[in-house]
Design a protein around this ligand. Structure first.
Ligand SMILES: [Zn+2]
Length: 447
């Protein structure tokens, strides 16, 4: 019923997404309350809200932090959560055509944000338009929420909640993969601080290029000065970066450094400080899956095994800092894992353990009405019999309960999020709008 309307508005959809890609909406946090995430984010939001208004929707700009587009009546609300901010991109990274130009070739729209998340946002908007134009009755309101700080700290969606904006009854986030993500592991960041020294050596510097905890570090070095000979030596280690949710896909440069120190430095070292690193290594703190000291059997469930990424290593004022990022299976409590890391202080009394960030897992059972409905629609519209999936990454769906990530990356296709030459396939773009229209309709007419 909605497919034909979407086919007819295809050119408008393509035109709208290209215009939206042309805003360089990298979220920059400013002190200016008028533009909390910078001029370009403000313009991208205003453009989208104006477009929505022209299409016949109610719109609201929430203090420049985020906005929403809404239609329909009813107590309850179906929510879609997307974002208009993007990660940086420049020609020098190796793009074929300028990342903020939106170029169409080979049946694809190339440009930063095309798949993450401007394309899926425009597909959702025109899906709403198709329902509006069809005149079918719904029993819930439908709201598309547009964030401007998703790629950074989620201050947009936090603002939405802080000012008491309505929580959707049910919904999805068009900001990840089809068919649907029903489980996302818990995320826990850990910082360890401990006094540190190496026998006969002064540590001048440890440098991992300020690597983010959620990335497998591709570089780490240590610079030492022998306190007898005065000789300065720099040991450099190279690896391969990957997302912390998949430490197995990377090659961790920090771990290489630790391993190297562990095997080359004087084992008869009496200074407890170096022994500390050696012992941490023995305990399995640098293991990438289910570190040994946590449990004798692997910590895992249907969402996968617990993974750990050592993302940071630094040295300042004789103190070593180690930063970790864990992805915790949905059925394991974060509190229990925190307790186990905290317990390391029983072995190392000078150790300081802090948890700078955490995100509770997302779990909407596979046999829930929401997941069943969305996977069924995906199957109907594509003919693909794909199962709902569990992941270690965090999607925007975590922002609300009873919400899962739904598209727009197709199963088996290369994930172009954050990549050079990011694109959305035109067929995927139009098909996702049809899928979203059906999904909105079904969720908004469900009891
Ligand atoms: Zn995204």
């Amino acid at each position: 019923m909605f497919d034909e309307i979407i086919e007819n508005q295809k050119n408008d959809m393509i035109d709208s997404v290209c215009k939206l890609i042309r805003f360089k909406s990298v979220s920059v946090e400013t002190e200016n309350p008028e533009i909390p995430f910078g001029e370009e984010c403000k313009n991208a939001l205003e453009y989208t809200l104006n477009l929505a208004k022209k299409l016949g929707f109610r719109t609201k700009n929430l203090d420049g932090y985020c906005g929403y587009v809404e239609f329909g009546e009813g107590e309850e609300m179906v929510g879609m959560i997307g974002h208009l901010d993007v990660v940086p991109a420049q020609m020098a990274d190796g793009w074929t055509t300028p990342p903020f130009e939106a170029t169409i070739r080979e049946n694809k729209i190339y440009g930063r944000g095309s798949i993450d998340d401007k394309g899926p946002v425009i597909a959702s908007l025109y899906a709403m338009k198709a329902i509006l134009d069809s005149g079918v009755p719904l029993n819930k309101r439908v709201r598309l929420i547009l964030g401007l700080n998703e790629e950074k700290a989620w201050k947009c969606i936090n603002h939405y909640k802080d000012i008491g904006e309505e929580t959707p009854t049910i919904g999805f986030s068009p900001d990840a993969d089809f068919p649907c993500i029903y489980a996302e592991k818990g995320i826990l960041s850990i910082r360890l601080h401990h006094p540190f020294s190496i026998k006969n050596e002064d540590i001048l510097n440890i440098d991992c290029k300020n690597n983010a905890l959620n990335v497998v570090p591709k570089y780490c070095s240590i610079t030492l000065k022998n306190n007898k000979s005065g000789v300065i030596s720099k040991l450099e280690f190279h690896g391969t970066s990957a997302h912390a949710a998949h430490p197995d896909l990377g090659d961790n440069a920090i771990t290489k450094l630790v391993k190297n120190l562990n095997s080359t430095l004087d084992k008869n070292c009496t200074e407890h400080e170096f022994t500390f690193l050696s012992q941490l290594y023995q305990l399995g703190v640098f293991d990438i899956t289910s570190p040994q000291f946590l449990s004798n059997s692997p910590v895992e469930d249907e969402s996968g095994v617990l993974t750990s990424n050592v993302g940071f290593l630094g040295f300042e004022n004789h103190v070593l800092e180690i930063g970790l990022n864990l992805r915790v299976p949905v059925n394991t409590s974060l509190a229990e894992i925190k307790e186990k890391y905290h317990k390391l202080t029983d072995i190392f009394p000078d150790l300081e353990v802090t948890f700078p960030a955490e995100q509770a897992p997302l779990y909407v059972p596979k046999d829930s009405q929401l997941v069943k409905t969305l996977t069924e629609i995906f199957h109907q519209k594509t003919g693909l019999n794909a199962d709902a999936i569990a992941i270690g990454g965090g999607t925007y769906a975590r922002a609300f309960p009873n919400c899962v990530a739904f598209g727009a990356n197709m199963p088996g296709q290369k994930d172009m999020c954050h990549q050079v030459d990011e694109f959305i396939n035109l067929d995927t773009f139009i098909l996702s709008a049809k899928i979203y229209a059906e999904a909105i309709f079904r969720l908004a007419t469900m009891d």
